[in-house]
Design a protein around this ligand. Structure first.
Ligand SMILES: N[C@@H](Cc1ccc(O)cc1)C(=O)O
Length: 515
């Protein structure tokens, strides 16, 4: 742990979205900070809780039942069993399991919160979390069962349960009991101290971790849809004046302007028309900066919501060991992440819709300015039996409809629960899961539209209507790269593998866009 000199450290300084995404995707090592104030906070939190227990014998969630059961006084000889019960009765998660990558993101996000030093947890607990990450022992966490406002209690119980050796983990490409994985890695499960079960579970780590990964995908999609729009405009012989910088200077949304400037650059457009003879393109090309710009302009506030939640102590009660206070509140309430995810999924689904409309325009001879029907590259008689992008375009309609359907906000579906103690909850984890699904569907539509636009450009070049030398080096480079795995569709063939490969490249953020 401490010996990892290059490891990113927790407990001093802010952690950002990119850190979480990077650590989730790799086996990058983590460590606890040696910062003096951080060390003092952890030491004093533990000391203060021990002292309170000795002197007053009464602390909520330590010597009482949980939530609505807080009026139940637990006899002192049973207090040490309470955290184990908390982890066990919340072991009722259902649905699919988060992937190892998502599990890593959740684990590290909980570590960021606990290492704020306001949760009263011990070094043993923090060290074991660090060791789990560094040995890649990742809890198998079910996706469903959190209302996102008593924290992600149920899914996070799978971290707490793993720490005491009782739940399944991913380790060494297998799923096994955490006790077994710990033994193989030379680690020992811990006994949770009073308050430690609550500290792990009573927070927003699941939704916040998912929000970090969603942010990274959405940020990339904004750039990718910008590039796809430029490619579609080239394929459609579009009007590059629509992205003119003087035009955009009169509407000052900075993100929208950025998108327009990127498209203008991609289209090699450097002149300003005195009075244009050109037709106006359909909105899915002409208004692309206005559509993608909504996401682009939202990214700063989305980042700030997510990173403030990430760098927060989001459990209850808050333990200020240095000042000697037990502070009761509701910091497990994930309202900011709920709103960020509900908003992000709306912005992203609009990109699916945008791409779907661009696709529809490119395949349709009534709108595509002289490209073949369904963008088929078949020639002569072969045209009669070949169908080009027809089924892919139908697929886009389906993926887009599904994405748009998922934009129903989750945050407005608060249910009063837990005997009306939790009578207003955030549903942030559902919002985050919806958002990830919308991202997946949108990446699918984007992959299809990207391939169609590239095929459209190749056809246009072959028809002698687009001069290759007029393209920017960046566009050349991307076309060449796509040509390395995508052959023009002339004779009908199944394209599912090609589409999956292209989606994977999008998710790996293969193309460096507008760096
Ligand atoms: N989130 C509750 C605690 C709680 C924990 C577990 C429960 O099952 C219910 C409530 C609080 O801090 O007030």
């Amino acid at each position: 742990m401490g010996s990892n000199l290059n490891a990113i450290s927790f407990g001093a300084g802010k952690i950002n979205i990119d850190d979480i995404v990077r650590i989730a995707k790799s086996d990058e090592k983590v460590a606890l900070s040696k910062d003096a104030l951080f060390t003092k906070r952890i030491d004093e939190g533990v000391r203060f809780l021990d002292q309170l227990l000795k002197e007053e014998g009464h602390i909520y969630g330590v010597t009482t039942g949980y939530g609505d059961s807080c009026t139940v006084e637990v006899p002192l000889d049973l207090v040490h069993e309470l955290p184990i019960h908390l982890t066990r009765f919340h072991g009722c998660g259902l649905g699919n399991f988060f992937s190892p990558e998502q599990g890593r993101a959740i684990l590290v996000t909980r570590l960021v919160s606990l290492s704020q030093g306001y949760s009263g947890v011990s070094w043993d607990l923090l060290n074991l979390l660090v060791a789990m990450l560094n040995n890649n022992i990742i809890p198998v966490i079910p996706e469903e069962g959190s209302v996102g406002a008593s924290g992600d209690l149920t899914p996070l119980s799978y971290i707490a349960g793993a720490l005491i050796g009782e739940r399944d983990v991913y380790y060494d490409n297998r799923i096994m009991l955490s006790a077994e994985a710990f033994a193989l890695a030379g680690l020992v499960p811990i006994t949770l101290r009073p308050k430690e079960g609550l500290a792990i579970m009573n927070g927003t780590a699941v939704m916040t971790a998912l929000a970090c990964t969603a942010y990274s995908r959405a940020e990339y999609l904004a750039k990718l849809m910008t590039r796809i729009t430029a490619l579609a405009s080239l394929a459609l012989k579009g009007n590059s004046n629509h992205f003119d910088d003087i035009l955009f200077s009169v509407k000052p949304h900075p993100g929208q302007n950025q998108i327009a400037a990127w498209i203008q650059h991609d289209l090699n457009h450097h002149t300003h028309p005195r009075n244009s003879q050109r037709l106006q393109d359909r909105y899915s090309i002409r208004c692309a900066p206005h559509i993608i710009g909504v996401l682009q302009d939202s990214l700063p506030w989305l980042r700030s919501f997510i990173e403030n939640e990430l760098n927060s102590a989001n459990d209850n009660p808050i333990i200020d060991g240095i000042g000697e206070h037990v502070l009761h509140g509701g910091h497990f309430y994930g309202g900011h992440i709920a709103m960020a995810m509900d908003s992000m999924k709306t912005c992203v689904a609009n990109l699916a819709d945008l791409a779907d409309r661009q696709m529809a325009t490119m395949v349709d001879v009534k709108m595509n300015h002289g490209l073949p029907s369904n963008l088929s590259a078949a020639k002569g008689d072969r045209r009669f039996i070949n169908h080009g992008f027809k089924a892919i375009q139908i697929g886009c309609s389906a993926w887009t409809a599904e994405a748009l359907k998922l934009t129903m906000p989750a945050s407005v579906f608060s249910r009063s629960t837990e005997c009306h103690n939790q009578d207003k909850v955030s549903m942030g984890t559902i919002a985050a899961r919806d958002c990830l699904r919308v991202l997946q569907l949108t990446e699918q539509v984007a992959a299809a539209t990207l391939l169609a636009a590239v095929q459209g450009i190749w056809l246009r070049i072959a028809q002698g209507e687009l001069d290759k030398s007029s393209l920017t080096p960046e566009i050349h480079c991307m076309l060449d790269d796509i040509g390395s795995f995508f052959e023009m569709i002339d004779e009908d063939r199944p394209t599912d593998k090609l589409l999956r490969e292209t989606i994977a490249y999008i998710q790996q953020q293969r193309w460096t866009l507008y760096a």
